[in-house]
Ligand binder design. Structure first.
Ligand SMILES: [Zn+2]
Ligand SMILES: [Zn+2]
Length: 217
């Protein structure tokens, strides 16, 4: 006898498919995502939303790329992970030895009320990597595919998403590392190498070895 799915699976899936080729359908998806972002908490619920978004976006994205003459890979999404990333919004791991699957990860800090449009763009960005060759990165094909998808599906996928996509409220970090030369600031939840040994590191922006660590009390 098959076991029952977890109760969370009862959450209705998102509007997607061909509906996303119209402005009305695009708005419906944003509204549905926004509704689920209201009071969202817990990694499990975030992962479920990310999975539903992938399912909603994939058929429309595939159609756009195929219509544009792209030879796309149909990789199975093997895993979706929610990270604590502050600087990285999402990632797509493509094993070079296997073109049949991919692993996606998204920062849990993207999941907050009011951030639906940004979340959709970032999921679409990582999904686009999954359709292209592993060595493509943010190359010419990525840019072409991005432009086609943005136009057809009313998205705003970017190569590098704005810093504001991620919520960086005081409550979300424990350590702040500031470059006293240029003011460049990083946030960390855990005491990693930079936090423990700031003198061993140089600022990524100005190159000076002047990092100061502040611990939130
Ligand atoms: Zn990328
Ligand atoms: Zn600096």
């Amino acid at each position: 006898m098959p076991s029952l799915p977890p109760a969370d699976c009862a959450v209705p899936n998102l509007p997607g498919g061909d509906a996303l080729f119209s402005a009305a359908g695009q708005a419906l998806l944003r509204e549905a995502v926004e509704e689920r972002l209201t009071d969202i908490s817990g990694v499990w619920i975030m992962r479920l939303l990310a999975r539903d978004l992938i399912a909603a976006l994939a058929p429309a994205m595939e159609r756009v790329l195929q219509d544009a003459g792209f030879r796309i890979f149909s990789r199975r999404v093997r895993a979706v992970r929610i990270t604590r990333g502050v600087r990285e919004h999402g990632s797509c791991s493509l094993p070079r030895s296997n073109n049949a699957e991919c692993r996606l990860a998204f920062s849990g800090r993207l999941f907050f009320a009011g951030n639906a449009a940004v979340l959709i763009d970032i999921v679409a960005h990582e999904l686009l990597h999954a359709y292209l060759a592993a060595r493509e990165g943010h190359g010419a094909r990525f840019h072409q595919g991005m432009a086609r998808i943005n136009e057809a599906l009313g998205l705003h996928i970017e190569v590098h998403s704005a810093k504001t996509a991620i919520r960086q409220s005081e409550a979300l970090y424990r350590y702040k590392v500031v470059c006293s030369a240029c003011g460049n600031t990083f946030y960390y939840l855990r005491a990693g190498a930079v936090v423990k040994h700031p003198a061993r590191y140089r600022c990524a922006k100005c190159g000076k070895g002047a990092l100061e660590v502040f611990r939130r009390t």
